[in-house]
Design a protein around this ligand. Structure first.
Ligand code: SF4
Ligand code: SF4
Length: 337
């Protein structure tokens, strides 16, 4: 293990900032304790004690991104269309991501960077992901919304991280996970250490055995879903805040008469319009149908199709739901019935 003293963290980030944009969790200006990941500047405060209201998935899947621009040009008697692609190649280091969010990155990687035959490799995601270095902060404590211990590795998860910082007296032990992480931990701000890693957080657990099948069996019981989700406002916060949700829509916008661009924007299955068909029919007209889909996608359809649960237990959708709907209560109710 390597060790870095607390006072060397700003120096480390300052050095990294010479070649990359550095992002870190920070309290949003004029709020009491709303924390978001944001670009860090030398001298800036970093908030490592509170949970960020949104994950940092925007670094690989921005809320809005231009995929390409087009412009019609005169060509003789007619016109030709010129298309200019946008190929993101930024270098970004994120400091202070949690293991649950890093794990979600690994889940998104398997989806957007598929190497298997016939699968699609998303060049926009790939451009951002390959330039991203993830320094994870291991959790030694948790709050009542966290439930990562429901999954195999819990707070000891390493997937998606390059380097993991474990808080110890006076600084952090640093455990490299990838080659990028090894290179980072080799610089002179770190030293070898024989200190023991601290004990990691043990969160509340939700029993997930059999949930995949139970969700399928519960599908047609719409009265169950109505009762379980009657307070849901369909606001979509749970999807936008989630590090693993990745639905998007594609829009074309004109920029003057003969030019424009194509954009990819986050979407959320909790919105009424998400499944609204042009005929006016909506196969998920109520919050109950939409919530059922959100839960079943994460714990049944996605695992069936891709072998992974689409949730890492970060707790954001519980902590931040304006209606106080606790995802875990619905999972327990599905299992119990
Ligand atoms: S479950 Fe909560 S956060 Fe999600 S859409 Fe409903 S009210 Fe919003
Ligand atoms: S579903 Fe909720 S707890 Fe699970 S990863 Fe998404 S926001 Fe976190």
């Amino acid at each position: 293990m390597r060790f870095i003293a607390e006072e060397n963290i700003p120096r480390l980030l300052g050095r990294l900032a010479a070649n990359a944009a550095v992002w870190a969790p920070q309290v949003v200006k004029d709020t009491v304790n709303t924390v978001l990941f944001a670009p860090w500047r030398a001298g800036g405060e970093i908030e490592t004690g509170a949970y960020s209201a949104l994950s940092a998935k925007e670094l690989v899947l921005p809320a809005t991104e231009r995929l390409f621009s087009y412009r019609y040009r005169r060509a003789g008697e007619g016109e030709r269309i010129g298309i200019k692609g946008c190929a993101p190649q930024e270098r970004v280091v994120i400091f202070g991501m949690r293991a649950c969010d890093a794990k979600a990155l690994a889940v998104l990687d398997a989806l957007f960077l598929s190497r298997s035959a016939g699968s699609y490799n998303d060049p926009y995601y790939q451009g951002r992901r390959s330039g991203l270095t993830v320094i994870t902060l291991a959790c030694t404590s948790c709050d009542s919304a966290c439930f990562c211990s429901s999954f195999e590795k819990g707070a000891a998860e390493t997937a998606g991280s390059d380097l993991i910082f474990y808080p110890v007296s006076g600084g952090y032990l640093a455990g490299p996970v990838s080659e990028k992480g090894k290179e980072l931990a080799a610089v002179d701000l770190f030293q070898d250490s024989s200190q023991e890693k601290p004990g990691l957080a043990k969160t509340a657990k939700v029993e997930l055995v059999g949930i995949q099948q139970r969700l399928l069996e519960r599908f047609d019981d719409i009265d169950f879903w109505r009762l379980a989700t009657e307070v849901c406002l369909s606001c979509g916060y749970c999807s936008y805040a989630c590090p693993a949700c990745h639905c998007f829509n594609i829009f074309d916008e004109t920029d003057g008469d003969r030019a424009g661009g194509r954009y990819r924007c986050w979407d959320a299955c909790m919105f009424y319009a998400y499944t609204l068909e042009s005929s006016g029919h909506n196969p998920r007209p109520e919050a109950a149908h939409r919530y059922r889909n959100r839960l079943a996608h994460k714990f049944s359809y996605f695992p069936l199709n891709r072998g992974e649960i689409l949730c890492t237990g970060c707790g954001r959708c519980i902590r931040g739901c304006p209606a106080g709907l606790d995802f875990r209560d619905v999972i327990r109710a599905v299992s119990a019935g």
